[in-house]
Design a protein around this ligand. Structure first.
Ligand code: XIL
Length: 342
């Protein structure tokens, strides 16, 4: 009888704390969304991928599956199989969803670039695209990256396909149409190298003010944060930028964090990487308008970094075997130590 009692009552308690400690479990006490970029294909084919995601994260974003070339590969064809897989998984697991991205200078399909557009036609096509894609996830989407990377590092408008054809109106209208398509979703402008105070973040700040002056809806700014672990952005300067955006009523999401290491990696580098993740998360938690902290992927098994930044890698909180790295433990530490906020 005693043994039975011990097994029935104590064994569950012994196992409980292990499951209770997860990024997700701790983040919920802080009303922080902790997320990762994922692929619909991997969700379908990799069970361990699914289980780590379900355990650790309360927000997901599509790494590629909601981009233009994926959702709209031909003029009259939309495909949502992988995008839907992500949205459905998030819903089942009680996770928030971020949409990435409605308008970007990359991921523009060939049919779009090759066609000779008449005035008005291209704008109408973009409108239809946004209504279709954002409309599909209406009510499910916590936030959309409506426009991605529209500014140069010098703070000028990027001379993209969209800008060339439509001027600044492509961006202003994209936000208006996203609002029509999904009035509940928070609308974000997302970019890289604009987390600290610099020419680019100044331009984004001015853009927000310009939009507000025109009555165009915008709710937040996404900081991508693809950084080198050994040389990440200055935290004090990021804080100033987050605060000036707060003064305009903007939320901030850290949308695409990875902290790359020079390969081959050493133990010290993983410690350095842990410091980087620690400081970024401490910063986000300590600024009330910083509400989401997402990494671009979560396991080094699948990361764009190896391909995109030659000689660098191992940038994420889980290794190639889904084992948590020092960066993960640093994040857990921060979430455990920080006082609650709402
Ligand atoms: C990247 C993906 O990770 C890659 O798989 C793809 O080949 C190219 O795009 N900024 C962004 C993301 O906003 O959409 C990019 O994602 C990384 C840089």
């Amino acid at each position: 009888v005693y043994i039975r009692f011990i097994i029935l009552f104590f064994v569950p308690f012994l196992t409980l704390p292990i499951h209770a400690v997860s990024l997700r479990g701790l983040a919920e006490q802080h009303t922080l969304w902790v997320g990762a970029a994922v692929s619909g294909f991997r969700l379908k084919h990799d069970a361990e991928y699914r289980s780590v995601l379900a355990r650790e994260y309360n927000m997901l974003v599509a790494e590629n599956d909601m981009k233009f070339h994926r959702t709209h590969p031909k003029e009259d064809t939309y495909t949502f199989v992988n995008a839907d897989a992500i949205a459905n998984f998030a819903q089942k697991q009680g996770m928030k969803l971020r949409g990435h991205t409605l308008v970007w200078h990359r991921a523009v399909p060939d049919w779009l670039e090759e066609k000779e557009w008449k005035a008005g036609e291209l704008s109408e096509m973009l409108r239809e695209h946004i209504l279709k894609v954002a409309g599909r996830y209406k009510g499910q989407m916590h936030a959309w990256d409506v426009v991605n990377e529209a500014m140069t590092n010098q703070g000028e408008w990027r001379d993209s396909f969209w800008y060339k054809h439509l001027g600044k109106d492509y961006l202003f209208n994209a936000f208006r149409w996203a609002k029509q398509a999904d009035p509940e979703a928070k609308l974000f402008y997302n970019d890289y190298s604009a987390a600290v105070l610099n020419k680019k973040s100044d331009a984004i700040y001015d853009l927000v003010k310009e939009m507000q002056g025109k009555g165009i809806p915008i709710d937040g700014i996404g900081f991508q944060l693809h950084v080198k672990a050994a040389k990440y952005p200055n935290i004090a300067s990021m804080r100033k930028n987050i605060r000036r955006l707060a003064a305009l009523g903007m939320e901030v999401h850290f949308t695409e964090i990875d902290a790359r290491l020079k390969l081959p990696t050493t133990k010290e580098q993983f410690e350095q990487q842990a410091r980087c993740y620690r400081e970024l998360l401490e910063l986000c938690l300590s600024e009330p308008n910083c509400k989401a902290f997402l990494t671009w992927g979560f396991t080094d098994r699948y990361s764009w970094v190896y391909k995109h930044f030659e000689g660098y890698g191992d940038a994420l909180p889980f290794d190639k075997n889904y084992e948590p790295k020092p960066a993960y433990h640093a994040m857990i530490d921060v979430l455990r130590g920080a006082s609650g906020r709402n």
